[in-house]
Design a protein around this ligand. Structure first.
Ligand SMILES: [Zn+2]
Length: 101
């Protein structure tokens, strides 16, 4: 796929915008989820609320990750930039090779 330098610049820009929006939406969930995990650990083995807090924290973290992944996509091929795991700020898309930075 041939593209003008201007079109490529636009894709990189829109990817960076998506990345910021994804972080903005996903990070609060993940932060709350991780706080929940810490809280569950703090409650200790014998506490009955521990499992509930742990599950809630897990669910919230998963929601955060799903929201992030939903938004965090390559603007050219609509895939999540990933290799072994999700690439947080790749120079190019590993799937279609479009410049993202
Ligand atoms: Zn791509």
């Amino acid at each position: 796929m041939k593209q003008s330098p201007q079109a490529r610049m636009g894709l990189a820009e829109s990817f960076q915008k998506r990345r910021r929006i994804a972080a903005w939406f996903a990070l609060p969930w993940i932060a709350v989820g991780l706080t929940g995990f810490l809280f569950a650990a703090f409650l200790g083995e014998e506490h009955t609320a521990r499992e509930v807090v742990f599950l809630a924290a897990f669910a919230i973290t998963v929601i955060g990750a799903l929201v992030g992944v939903r938004l965090y996509r390559c603007p050219a091929c609509d895939k999540v930039p990933s290799e072994d795991g999700i690439l947080l700020n790749p120079k190019t898309c590993p799937w279609c090779g479009v410049r993202l930075k």
